[in-house]
Write a protein that binds this ligand. Structure first.
Ligand code: ATP
Ligand code: LTN
Length: 332
């Protein structure tokens, strides 16, 4: 049974409170896929330390990220939820794959270039090999599909290249995964600079809407979102700010561009921004209520982590043993 059902794998770093970018680009799609796939979702704490984290914050955010997964609709009874550092196979496979990943290809990763520029005082080797650990995450579970936002497309491509290379040298070992990148919500932009992606670790809190922002904060952030000097609510080239708000509004209301343009015809940006804020706040309210309830129950969250780690370990161990055998390690 387990072998026949197609597998999806994905993860989010506990590097901050998740934003509506993470939600619309990734988690919301996981919820829709969990009925049709064997679903495995990870809180990737080992990826998070490629950028300096305060230990107490990282620990708290690991619980919070797991609680957000569940509050957003991931059902622990149907999906496996676990924390990356609880399953040692990830680090172990990453080492082996490091020996099949090339310096040149890792140097071309745009996330590495962006994060190196942002954290020029801490360009560590983990930041450089980040995509190799990500490839290990995916390949350990023989995932068929990886639902992520647009910014992860390049990393997924690299994962496929590494897997193909390994299979070519050592014989068929890994399934080659496909990406599942949504349209419309794959790249939610920063509210402050709509040419950049919204990111939970942005130092300007007005650039993102966190899933835990209260209604007033959401309304205020939407109101001050950067837009152009035109006043017509219409999707068009060069209107990045409005296009982004239209994407967000469409995601939360299910309305099409034509419906949105008609709804706000002749009304200006102010009215539209308020409507966007209200739609977002309404959409987040149930997630926030459930989140608050879950965070009261650490023991429950820990039981999910523990159970998830056991299930994940069982699957991961199988792939890792196969890899060790293929590369020529002595098995005892
Ligand atoms: P950080 O700011 O710490 O780098 P992040 O907000 O970019 O984090 P990740 O943990 O790197 O988030 O990403 C988790 C998932 O959310 C990935 O699938 C990623 O593609 C998706 N994602 C992140 N930001 C956006 C966005 N602005 N729009 C759509 N999807 C996004
Ligand atoms: N690199 C991803 C997070 C991530 C991931 C994964 C996503 C780590 N491992 C495996 C999908 C599959 C990011 O969003 N920054």
């Amino acid at each position: 049974m387990e072998n026949q059902q197609k597998v999806i794998f994905s993860g989010v770093q506990p590097s901050g409170i998740l934003t509506i970018g993470n939600y619309l680009g990734a988690i919301r799609n996981w919820v829709g896929l969990q009925d049709d796939y064997r679903s495995i979702f990870c809180v990737v704490d080992m990826h998070a330390i490629t950028v300096r984290q305060t230990p107490a914050d990282l620990r708290r955010r690991t619980y919070e990220t797991l609680a957000i997964y569940i509050a957003a609709g991931i059902d622990p009874a149907r999906s496996t939820l676990f924390v990356q550092s609880h399953v040692p196979c990830h680090a172990e496979l990453a080492w082996v794959l490091n020996c099949s990943a090339m310096f040149g290809e890792l140097s071309r990763m745009t996330q590495f270039k962006d994060k190196s520029a942002k954290h020029a005082d801490n360009i560590n080797a983990g930041l450089f090999t980040y995509p190799v650990l990500m490839a290990a995450d995916i390949l350990l579970y023989q995932a068929d599909l990886v639902p992520v936002g647009q910014d992860q497309r390049q990393h997924l491509e690299l994962c496929r290249d590494i897997a193909n290379r390994f299979n070519g040298v050592y014989g068929e070992t890994f399934r080659i995964p496909d990406g599942y990148i949504p349209t419309g919500s794959a790249k939610i932009a920063s509210l402050n600079d709509p040419t950049k992606k919204m990111s939970k670790s942005d130092e300007n809190v007005n650039a993102f809407i966190s899933l835990l922002d209260d209604r007033d904060t959401v309304l205020r952030k939407c109101k001050r979102a950067v837009t152009d000097s035109d006043s017509e609510v219409r999707r068009a080239e060069g209107k990045d700010g409005i296009n982004n708000l239209m994407n967000i509004y469409a995601c939360f209301t299910g309305k099409s561009d034509a419906e949105i343009e008609r709804e706000f015809e002749g009304q200006g940006y102010g009215v539209f921004k308020t409507a966007v804020g209200e739609a977002v706040a309404d959409g987040l309210a149930p997630i926030q209520n459930e989140f608050a309830r879950l965070m009261q129950d650490k023991a429950y969250l820990e039981s999910i982590m523990r159970e998830g780690a056991e299930t994940a370990f069982r699957i991961a161990r199988k792939t890792l043993s196969k890899v060790y055998r293929k590369v020529g390690f002595v098995g005892l």
